[in-house]
Design a protein around this ligand. Structure first.
Ligand code: FAD
Length: 489
C-alpha cells in the first residue's frame, strides 16, 4: 500500500493504547488526519487476552510506592480509576454501543490465602497501608461472605478486602467499541504490519509496511505493545530499555447451572502470575486469569504447562466446582514489559517519532489517562517530558533495587511460586534448598554482566536460565545502555 496523502498522525498498533490515543486525538482535533495501523487479526495482542480489571489498589505490591517512578506510575492508575466511569460513557456514546457496560463487573475482592508463601502476606500488607495512606474506600469482609468463593480446604482464604470502586470489563467488547468510536470520528483503521520507520535527516516521515508499501505521516506514534521492541532499535543500541513479551494465558468459561461469582475476586499480584483472578462477565460467563512468563518474542498460542497451572490454581483457590464449567475460549496475549518494568511514553530523539507502550499488567486500566497525556503533548497543551518525566523512552533502566536485593527477591518469588504450584519437600529439608538454587542462578547471571542492574524477579526468570548468557540480548543491552548513559545519572 502506498498512500500519497500524508496523515498528520500515524499510530502503529491497533490495541487499546493505540486506539484510545487515536480516539482521544480525533475527539479533540477533528481536523487532523489520523491513521491506526495494525494486523486486523491482532494475534498475540495483550488487549485481546486481558481480563481488563480496572484495578489500582488491587494491583499494589510491596514495590509499588518504593521509588519515585513507582509513585508516578501509581498516580496514573489512580487517575484512571477516577476517569473510567466517564470514559466508558463517552465510548458508549461515540460508538453507539449502548450496552457496552453489560459486562462491567463492579467491585473487586482481594484475598489473602495461604497458597503462595509469604509473598502474598507482604503484598497484602502493602495494599492495606496504601488504602490508609490514600484514604481509598474499602471494607474488610469475611471470606465466607464472598459470593461464589468455594476453594479447597487447604487453600482457604485468611482475609478479604473489598474495593467497591474497582472492577473489570470485557476487554474485547471495549476494544471493538473503541475502534468504532475512533472511526466514527474520522480515524482511518488500516490492516497492515509496520516493518520500520521512514527516517530522514533526523526526522520521521512515515512508516514502511510488510507488503512493501509505505504510509507518510508528520508524526508517528509507536504503540505496538510487546511487538514494539524491534521497532525501537531505530533509536540505537541501548537507547530504550529492552522489551519482553509477558505471555499471559487466560480462559473464558461458562457455568452450567449453579450461580457463580458476583464481583472480581483476586489475589495480590504474584510474580509467576499477575495475581490469580476470576471475573464474572454476566450470564454465567467467567474469565479466569492469568499466567505471566516473560519471553524474548511474543507468543501466539497457549502452552499445556501454564494452561494446566492456571486451571489448577483457579480450581484450588477460587472454586473447586470450576471443574464442571464449560470452556468457551482459551486466550493468549503478550504484556508489553520493559526491562525495568515501567512504561515507555514520550517523544524520542527522532523528531516526529513518539512511543507509548511498556504498560505491563495494567495498560488496559491506564489507557484513558495515557491517551489524555499523549494527546495533550501532541496538541501542544502539555508536555510528556514534564507530565511523565520518569517514563521518557530513551533512558537508562530505572533501578528499583540493587543487584543483591534482586538476587534475594528472585529466590523469594521462586520459592513462593513453587509453593503455589504444590511444592512438597521431604521432611528432612525445607525451602532453603530451593532458595539457594534460585539465588545461584541469578548470581551466575550477575557475575557475567559487566554492569549489573537490579532487575525484577520476572525479568530474571525470563533471562537467567538461558544457555548462552554471555551473548544474551539482555547482557548486550545492559552493556550498551551503560555505554550510552553512564555518567548521566
Ligand atoms: C492475559 C492478560 C491479562 C491482562 N489483564 C489485565 C487487566 O486485568 N487489566 C489491565 O489493565 N491490563 C491487563 N493486561 C495488560 C494489558 O492487556 C496491556 O497492558 C494492554 O492491553 C497493552 O495494550 P497495547 O495496545 O499497548 O498492546 P496490544 O494490545 O498488544 O496491542 C498492540 C497491537 O499492535 C499490533 N501490532 C503488532 N505488531 C505490529 C506492527 N509491526 N505494526 C503494526 N501493528 C502491530 C498487534 O497486532 C496489536 O493489536 C493483561 C494482559 C494479558 C496478556
Amino acid at each position: 500500500m502506498n498512500v500519497k496523502t500524508p496523515y498528520d498522525v500515524v499510530v502503529v498498533g491497533n490495541g487499546i493504547v493505540g486506539l484510545s490515543i487515536a480516539y482521544e486525538l480525533a475527539k479533540r482535533a477533528r481536523e487532523l488526519r489520523i491513521a491506526v495501523l495494525g494486523p486486523a487479526h491482532r494475534s498475540g495482542a495483550a488487549s485481546m487476552a486481558a481480563g481488563a480489571m480496572l484495578n489500582t489498589f488491587g494491583e499494589i505490591t510491596k514495590y509499588t510506592l518504593l521509588s519515585p517512578a513507582g509513585q508516578a506510575k501509581f498516580q496514573i492508575c489512580r487517575d484512571a480509576l477516577d476517569r473510567w466511569p466517564t470514559w466508558l460513557q463517552e465510548v458508549k456514546d461515540a460508538s453507539g454501543v449502548a450496552d457496552l457496560d453489560r459486562s462491567l463487573s463492579q467491585g473487586t475482592t482481594v484475598l489473602l490465602n495461604a497458597k503462595s508463601g509469604h509473598l502474598d502476606d507482604e503484598n497484602f500488607a502493602a495494599l492495606q497501608s496504601a488504602l490508609a495512606k490514600f484514604d481509598e474506600p474499602f471494607e474488610e469482609i469475611s471470606p465466607a461472605d464472598v459470593p461464589g468463593l468455594d476453594p479447597l480446604a487447604e487453600a482457604r482464604p485468611l482475609r478479604a478486602i473489598h474495593l467497591p470502586r474497582e472492577g473489570a470489563i470485557d476487554a474485547r467488547a471495549v476494544l471493538d467499541a473503541m475502534q468504532t468510536a475512533a472511526t466514527s470520528l474520522g480515524v482511518t483503521v488500516i490492516d497492515a504490519e509496520v516493518t520500520g520507520f521512514d527516517v530522514r535527516d533526523g526526522r520521521a516521515h512515515g512508516v514502511h509496511l510488510a507488503d512493501g508499501g509505505s504510509i507518510a505521516g508528520a508524526t508517528v506514534l509507536l504503540a505496538a505493545g510487546a511487538f514494539s521492541g524491534p521497532l525501537t532499535e531505530v533509536l540505537g543500541p541501548g537507547a530504550v530499555p529492552a522489551m519482553f513479551a509477558g505471555k499471559g494465558i487466560a480462559v473464558q468459561t461458562q457455568r452450567r447451572a449453579e450461580p457463580g461469582f458476583q464481583h472480581v475476586v483476586r489475589t495480590p499480584n504474584r510474580s509467576g502470575s499477575c495475581g490469580l483472578h476470576l471475573i464474572p462477565l454476566g450470564d454465567g460467563v467467567e474469565y479466569l486469569g492469568a499466567t505471566n512468563l516473560l519471553f524474548d518474542v511474543p507468543a501466539h498460542v497457549a502452552d499445556i504447562g501454564m494452561s494446566e497451572f492456571l486451571v489448577q490454581v483457579a480450581r484450588e483457590q477460587l472454586d473447586h466446582k470450576l471443574f464442571f464449567s464449560d470452556v468457551k475460549a482459551w486466550m493468549v496475549g503478550n504484556r508489553p514489559v520493559a526491562l525495568d518494568g515501567f512504561p515507555l511514553v514520550g517523544r524520542t530523539s527522532i523528531d516526529g517519532l513518539m512511543i507509548a507502550t511498556g504498560t505491563y499488567r495494567d495498560g488496559f486500566h491506564c489507557s484513558p489517562v495515557l491517551a489524555k497525556l499523549v494527546v495533550d503533548d501532541l496538541l501542544g497543551e502539555g508536555s510528556l517530558a514534564e507530565s511523565l518525566p520518569h517514563f521518557t523512552p530513551e533512558r537508562a533502566p530505572i533501578e528499583s533495587m540493587s543487584p543483591q536485593e534482586a538476587v534475594r527477591e528472585f529466590a523469594f518469588h521462586g520459592v513462593s511460586a513453587s509453593i503455589e504450584a504444590g511444592l512438597r519437600l521431604p521432611s528432612h529439608t525445607d525451602t532453603s534448598v530451593l532458595d539457594l538454587f534460585y539465588q545461584q542462578a541469578a548470581q551466575r547471571f550477575y557475575d557475567l554482566v559487566p554492569h549489573p542492574v537490579g532487575l525484577s524477579p520476572e525479568v530474571l526468570l525470563g533471562t537467567v536460565f538461558s544457555p548462552d548468557l554471555e551473548n544474551h540480548r539482555i547482557t548486550r543491552y545492559l552493556t550498551d545502555a551503560h555505554k550510552r548513559y553512564s555518567g548521566t545519572r
